[in-house]
Design a protein around this ligand. Structure first.
Ligand code: MG
Length: 161
């Protein structure tokens, strides 16, 4: 594989692991706020990010590339409200969508058809990730600070498998 493509994929492994770390911190803060269902949803999200990192690691290996791990930064640890927190998660997913699209453009530039096809999964995945985050932000905006409806959102998010 082209060195530029390899470096970029290694960079994406770091982005995915960084996402995992951010969502673990968000889950911990949601637990702290007493919203166990939202925390559960966020921990599932963190697990998905690890799966993304592993998927890229597997692909790099299949292309005879060397996986290189870089440092992961310290995440934000506290948020004021679940709404602020989920808005942060949505903004982060929008950032990740940008990084995925950059990878696709690089694969096209380098005429790396196999990598472009591999990345299709991540392009579609990001549409779903952003939609899921939007849906939760919308729900939290509607309920505001009323405890009853917030509990309903919490119960809804607890159902994530
Ligand atoms: Mg991801």
């Amino acid at each position: 594989m082209n060195k530029k493509m390899l470096d970029a994929l290694n960079g994406q492994i770091n982005e995915e692991l960084n996402s995992m770390y951010i969502y673990m911190a968000m889950a911990a803060d949601l637990d702290e706020m007493g919203w166990g269902g939202m925390a559960h949803w966020m921990r599932k999200q963190a697990q998905e990010e690890l799966a993304h990192a592993l998927k890229i690691q597997g692909y790099v290996k299949d292309r005879q590339g060397r996986v290189v791990f870089k440092a992961i930064g310290e995440p934000q640890l506290t948020w004021n409200t679940p709404l602020e927190l989920f808005k942060g998660a949505l903004a982060h997913e929008q950032h990740i969508t940008g990084t995925v699209h950059k990878l696709v453009k690089l694969a096209r530039e380098l005429d790396d058809i196999a990598t472009e096809v591999f990345l299709n999964y991540f392009v579609s995945e990001q549409v779903e990730e952003e939609d899921a985050a939007h849906e939760i932000v919308d729900a939290l905006e509607k309920v505001g600070n009323s405890a009853g409806p917030l509990y309903q959102v919490d119960s809804w998010l607890r159902k994530r498998e």
